[in-house]
Design a protein around this ligand. Structure first.
Ligand code: CA
Length: 236
């Protein structure tokens, strides 16, 4: 049968979770292939060339990170980590090794499907070069004009420093996905030192203030504690 559905490879050894993911994704209109180990995941990846991979980190043969490192040598296929491990270190490592997003078990169906959509959309965007400078970013009341390097909220201009603007522009290019502190710092300052995280936090606090954020409110940017920052997708 010929199908033009997006193909998703689910690598997960726990049968109940694997079946749940498969049913959920198929209901949402995706074609699903599954694997129970790192090695069979690699075989499936090569033969099916999926559009996206959902990857468990705790697998019976090798760590899921092994799979990630292996496919990142030759492929930019989006990978979403689904892991029971709640330690921040694993998430940060996975993101720094090229995972696009992570979701911690137990997760809600709606959340998982939203993350899958967002990862597929982002990979399409980069393939279309749709987010290169020249365009505009819009999310609810927030508008970023990349050419003019200006930012507006509800049509009112927000005065940002160069660094603040660079951070916002960077996060917007990857909107919907988490960028780790280290990845942001490297992109903005080019190097990491002991003061980097503090420097980033101070800038983020200033941006939030200028955006008129109230404590506890999302206001376009979410701080994923211990991991990094994420700019919200439109209407999220
Ligand atoms: Ca597992």
């Amino acid at each position: 049968m010929i199908s033009n559905k997006y193909k998703i490879l689910v690598i997960e050894d726990e049968s109940n979770i694997k079946n749940l993911l498969k049913a959920l994704l198929e209901t949402s209109g995706y074609q699903v292939i599954t694997a129970k180990s790192c090695q069979s995941g690699q075989t499936q990846f090569i033969s099916h060339r999926p559009d996206l991979v959902i990857l468990d980190l705790g697998l019976p043969d090798f760590d899921g990170m092994t799979f990630l490192k292996e496919i990142r040598k030759e492929s930019l296929t989006p990978v979403i980590i689904v892991s029971a491990r709640s330690e921040d270190k694993d998430k940060v490592d996975a993101l720094d090794f090229g995972a696009n997003d992570y979701i911690t078990k137990p997760f809600s169906s709606a959340e998982l499907v939203a993350r899958v959509r967002s990862a597929l959309r982002n990979s399409r965007h980069s393939a279309d070069e749709g987010r290169l400078p020249g365009g505009k970013f819009e999310s609810d009341g927030l508008v970023i004009d990349y050419d003019a390097r200006r930012v507006f909220i509800d049509k009112k201009e927000i005065n940002l420093t160069q660094t603040e603007y660079n951070i916002i522009a960077l996060l917007s290019e990857y909107s919907g996905r988490v960028m780790t502190y280290a990845a942001i710092i490297k992109a903005i300052w080019g190097y990491v030192d002991i003061n980097s995280t503090k420097k980033l936090q101070v800038n983020m606090a200033n941006i939030r203030k200028k955006f008129g954020a109230k404590p506890g409110e999302k206001n376009y940017i979410v701080n994923e504690l211990g991991v990094g920052y994420r700019m919200c997708e439109r209407n999220e």
